[in-house]
Structures are given as C-alpha cells and as structure tokens.
Design a binder for this molecule. Structure first.
Ligand code: GMT
Length: 375
C-alpha cells in the first residue's frame, strides 16, 4: 500500500506512535509518506520506503494566525495526486482530520477517492476537542472519516460520551518496538546517577499541567523518607519550573536530576526501578509502556486508559489522581524488598510484550484494507 501519514512531528505520544507505525509499515514493504511541518523527531534514518513532505506555511503580515490547516490540505492534495496514495492516516483529530476532509473533497474534483483513517490520541478529545470552539469541527471531521480508531477503550467511550459520533470507533492500542525498548542497562550511567546503589525512580513527560509533575516530586519526597533513592525527571515543558521550585521548597534537589529531552530514553529507563505517572488524564500512557518494556514497574493514577495498561498490584499500582500518600506507600511497597521488586519488574515486562509492535502492526494493516474495501 501507499500510505500518507499526518501527525505532529514532535516528541509527543501521538507523533511517536505515528512515526513508529510509519517506520514499521515501511519495513513491512509499504510505501509511507509523512506529511508534516517538520521532520518527525523519531524519523531519524533513511529507508527506501520512507518519504517526507514538508508543509511550509508562508508568513504574510496580513495573518495574525497563518492558516496551517489550509497549507496542510493543499499539500495532501498534491501528495495524494502525484504519489498516487491509497490511504491517508491522520493522527490527532485537530486539525488533521478536518484538513484531510478538505483534501478529500478537493481530490474528488479530480476523480480521486482517497480513504481517510483518523486516530484519536487523547488530548484531541479530552482537552482540546471538548472546547466549544472546536467541537463542531471535531465531531464533523470524525464522522466524515472513513475509519476511526482510538488508542484505548476509555478514549472511545469518552469520545462517544462527549461528541455526537455516528461512526464506529475501532480500538487499536498503542504498541512498543521491543527491539528498541528492552533492558539495556548502562552500568556507568547507573553509577553516575546512584553511586550509593540507591533505587532510581523516573518520570518522563512533556511537563504539561495534565501530567501533574509536582505530584511526582511530592511522592518522591515521601519515598525518600523511607528508602535511599534518586529521581530522574526527563522531558521539558511548562510545569518544569514549578517542579524545580518544589524540589527547592521540599529540599530534595540533591536527589533529583532534571535531564531535559532525551533521545536514548531506553538506556535511561533500563537503569531505573520505578516509573511514576500521576496524570490527571491519560488516554493510554505510552511513556509507561516504554518503561514497562524496559522492565520497570509503574505507579500511576487510575485515569483514562491507564487501567488498560498497568495492572493494579501486578505491574505496579493504580491510585486515585492526587492521592500522593497512596502512591508513595505503593512505591515503598515495591522498592523496599528486592524479591518483590524483581517480581514486579518481570510482570511489567511480560505485560509490555502484549503490546508488541509485531502484534499490533497487522491489526492496522487489516484495518486499512477493510477501509479501502469499504469505499
Ligand atoms: O500526553 C501528551 O501530552 C501527549 C499526547 C499527544 O497527543 O501526543 O499523548 C496522548 O497520546 C499518546 C499516544 O497515543 C497517549 O499515550 C497519551 O496517553 C495521550 N495523552 C493524554 O491523553 C494526556
């Protein structure tokens, strides 16, 4: 198949899923065309089957807000026509699904009928999409997609609850490339972070409010009262400054390292003992799956799709959003005993294998074929 993929080309979960999916499809013999405003962060190698088309947006003094959606729709028309694509797969509803709809209408005037699959990732529904200023467009463009997928059952239910959706939504969970994300410990790195062989806790995110990064610091402070440990904070975003200030207020700076954005996250995860994800809302929790694939158990909130990934009492624990005491108590329970920690680590890895890319890729391929056959 010749597949066009539209996504946000950043380190955000939806962009990562889209890029990893495209790379895997290309490796499986499909021709994949990424259509985005910059090279996707994880599209970091050359392959004969991978193509990248940049959407460039001209800046005119007339525009306070350059019309990205129009530039994207025009680019989609161009790429579908000249590369003869079979299907467009857009990740994140806003504004990708509506740009794809516009492109599809224009392409019909050339006698081209291109099927569009939209994948809902979370914040396009749970935060931004519900905003009344976007709701009608989001509803319309989801309903006009030829196929719609959501990354968890919870996200599907949330979408059906808040939008007037007439299309069937197929749940296709996120996946992990176990050839990349696997236990790959770098002893010198562990030595540098935890010279006294302390336990290492980790949080990775874009430090947006929804991630509750300050809860991570608070949980860590309580764990530290009972267990010798260090905390790694990976990523960057608006709440980092608050998290750093809280470290000063709670006097834990010496045990917390803010590492910023990191490429080889699997190497860092491999030396850690526990992943913290206290998010307010999380449609799936890809970052937690990446940790589990490296054998790291997860203390998470029970928000959104997290219970579909993290098994309470087995791969970690699920606690109510904001319940710092329970999260800390559960973290201590896992970390205080070597044997228990090893059991949780093994269970996290076993669970991650259920989301192996090799299992989920054919599900997408069959779904694409089903959508193509339907129109
Ligand atoms: O979580 C973020 O801030 C990034 C966001 C995105 O849209 O890129 O992630 C969402 O999509 C990921 C991939 O499907 C999911 O694993 C995340 O759970 C989801 N984030 C939220 O629902 C908050």
């Amino acid at each position: 198949m010749k597949i066009g993929i539209v996504c946000y080309p950043t380190f955000g979960g939806s962009g990562v899923v889209a890029t990893e999916l495209g790379k895997a499809l290309a490796a499986n013999g499909h021709q994949v065309h990424f259509i985005t405003y910059s090279q996707p962060a994880r599209l970091d190698f050359f392959s004969a089957n991978l193509f990248y088309h940049e959407v460039s947006i001209s800046k005119y003094p007339l525009f306070d807000f350059p019309p990205y959606e129009l530039a994207l729709a025009s680019k989609l028309v161009d790429v579908v026509r000249f590369e003869k694509l079979d299907l467009l797969h857009v990740h994140y509803a806003i504004p990708h699904a509506s740009a794809a709809y516009m492109a599809k209408q224009i392409l019909q005037t050339y006698g081209i009928h291109i099927p569009v699959v939209t994948t809902l990732h979370g914040t396009d529904i749970t935060l931004v999409g519900k905003d009344p200023s976007y709701n009608p467009v989001v509803t319309f463009s989801i309903n006009q997609s030829d196929g719609v997928t959501a990354v968890s059952k919870d996200l599907k239910e949330d979408t059906l609850k808040h939008f007037d959706i007439t299309k069937d939504i197929r749940v296709i969970p996120n996946f992990i490339d176990l050839s990349r994300f696997s236990l790959n410990p770098r002893q010198h790195f562990k030595q540098a972070i935890a010279p006294g062989d302390e336990r290492i806790l980790i949080h990775t995110s874009n430090f947006r409010r929804v991630k509750r990064t300050c809860d991570v610091i608070r949980v860590f402070q309580k764990v530290k009262e009972k267990i010798q440990c260090k905390l790694l904070m990976v990523g960057d975003g608006p709440d980092r400054v608050n998290a750093e200030q809280l470290c000063r207020d709670l006097d834990v700076c010496n045990d917390v390292r803010f590492l910023g954005k990191q490429e080889a996250i699997e190497e860092i995860l491999s030396v850690t003992d526990l992943f913290l994800m206290p998010s307010e809302s999380e449609s799936f929790g890809l970052a937690a799956l990446e940790a589990m694939a490296c054998g790291v158990p997860v203390i998470s909130s029970n928000a959104g799709g997290l219970p579909e990934l993290n098994i309470d009492g087995v791969t970690g624990f699920l606690d109510a959003v904001g319940d710092i005491d329970r999260m800390a108590a559960h973290a201590i329970e896992i970390l205080e005993n070597n044997e228990r920690l090893a059991t949780f680590k093994a269970a996290a890895l076993t669970r991650a294998k259920e989301f192996d890319l090799g299992l989920i890729l054919p599900v997408y391929e069959h779904y694409y074929q089903e959508v193509i056959d339907r129109i």
